[in-house]
Design a protein around this ligand. Structure first.
Ligand SMILES: Cc1cc2ncn([C@H]3O[C@H](COP(=O)(O)O)[C@@H](O)[C@H]3O)c2cc1C
Ligand SMILES: O=C(O)c1cccnc1
Length: 360
């Protein structure tokens, strides 16, 4: 009997309202016009509530990249061949991938979880072999995963959240690697948001216009086969991927353990959408890092009522867009924790001057 990890159904913790209130009050006494640090103020207050402290920090940061292959690649939906998934796992371990460089630059710990690739992956440092199958099934023909496989992937993600908690991490970034996964993510988003493939399918790694049309038709066939079921586990198993399901499990697992998640681009946001449909309370634990250039991302962000911090035209995945936003979260915390108050710095506050002006 396979079942999803406990975070799939158990109540998730709420942010600590007392700490957010304390942090909001602190923002009012720092030596700046109230609100002048814009979104950085809201970020510090949100992180304070999530960590249950007046003065939050996001370090140490954990980045976990989940990798898996997609059976739908046999429909010709990616500009790149499927063997790239396994090759990139080796590149993550070797330090040459974008996310490897960013993790080193940020002093964040990086782990890679291989959930199953067509190409063989040797034993590599930093790569966990958690093979479910050598890839999902072709989702135009049959369910991408059995429910047992989807549950195994959710559990892998939850276990990654558990390792991050055990290591004392205060911020989690999930990344994706899987050639063909923009097709799976678009199909999931169409099913959950009741949108047409034409609205959500994009070029992924670089399809031309004809390629995008073909990919839309592939997603249409998948949706026809799937039907109108919107149960999150059913949709995930039918149209998802191992790495997408693991990302969903990781986000729920992080919320369950009180770890905020910095959400990357299109793929990770779709995994977040699945998580939110299952457990709406997970939403409060998510900070959205960037808007991907993959056109479907905007609709997914709207479905999550999310306003991302950055819009850099990035469309890589791997957790790279989230990694790039880490310095903003660090800056928000540093400013919040280290700026002087009006009283401590001997700077006249607005109310003080008003009361002086008002006095006879
Ligand atoms: C060298 C390389 C590195 C990547 N790193 C992330 N992706 C990203 O692109 C893929 C999704 O796009 P599509 O659906 O068009 O295949 C995923 O593997 C995603 O992680 C990469 C893609 C390539 C080619
Ligand atoms: O935004 C993403 O996550 C993305 C976009 C294109 C290709 N891979 C990932």
């Amino acid at each position: 009997m396979h079942s999803p990890p406990p975070c799939w159904t158990q109540p998730l913790p709420k942010p600590n309202e007392h700490s957010s209130r304390q942090a909001a009050e602190r923002q009012q006494i720092l030596t700046k016009p109230p609100g002048s640090l814009g979104q950085l103020e809201q970020l510090a207050i949100q992180l304070a509530g999530l960590h249950g402290v007046e003065q939050p920090t996001v370090d140490p940061v954990r980045i976990t990249v989940f990798a898996g292959d997609h059976g739908v690649c046999e429909e010709g939906v990616s500009a790149f061949p499927q063997e790239v998934t396994a090759q990139m796992i080796a590149n993550f371990a070797g330090g040459g991938a974008a996310i490897s460089v960013l993790a080193g630059h940020l002093n964040a710990s990086l782990e890679v979880v291989n959930l199953g690739t067509v190409g063989e992956v040797p034993v590599l440092p930093g790569v966990r072999a958690e093979q479910i199958a050598p890839g999902t099934a072709n989702l135009t023909v049959t369910d991408a995963m059995t429910e047992a496989q989807a549950c195994a992937a959710l559990a892998s993600g939850d276990a990654a959240a558990g390792r991050a908690a055990h290591a004392g991490c205060r911020l989690f970034i999930g990344g994706d690697m899987g050639i063909g996964n923009t097709t799976s993510a678009a199909a999931l988003a169409c099913a959950l948001l009741s949108r047409s493939p034409e609205a959500l399918v994009g070029p992924g790694t670089g399809l031309d216009t004809a390629g995008v049309s073909h990919k839309s038709a592939v997603v249409s066939r998948a949706l026809k086969r799937h039907g109108d079921n919107t149960d999150p586990l059913t949709v995930l198993a039918s149209l998802g991927g191992f790495e997408i399901a693991a990302l969903t499990g990781a986000m729920l697992g992080c919320a369950a353990r009180g770890i905020p998640v910095l959400v990357d681009g299109f793929i990770v946001s779709v995994a977040a959408l699945v998580a939110v449909r299952q457990q709406p309370d997970v939403r409060e634990w998510l900070v959205f890092a960037h808007r991907s250039a993959e056109p479907g991302h905007q609709a997914v962000l709207e479905g999550l009522d999310a306003k991302p911090l950055l819009d850099l035209g990035m469309r890589l995945g791997e957790g790279s867009g989230a990694a790039v936003a880490v310095p903003l979260l660090r800056a928000a915390c540093e400013l919040h924790n280290r700026m002087a108050s009006f009283a401590d710095a001997g700077v006249t506050d607005r109310d003080q001057s008003e009361s002086r002006e008002g006095s006879p």
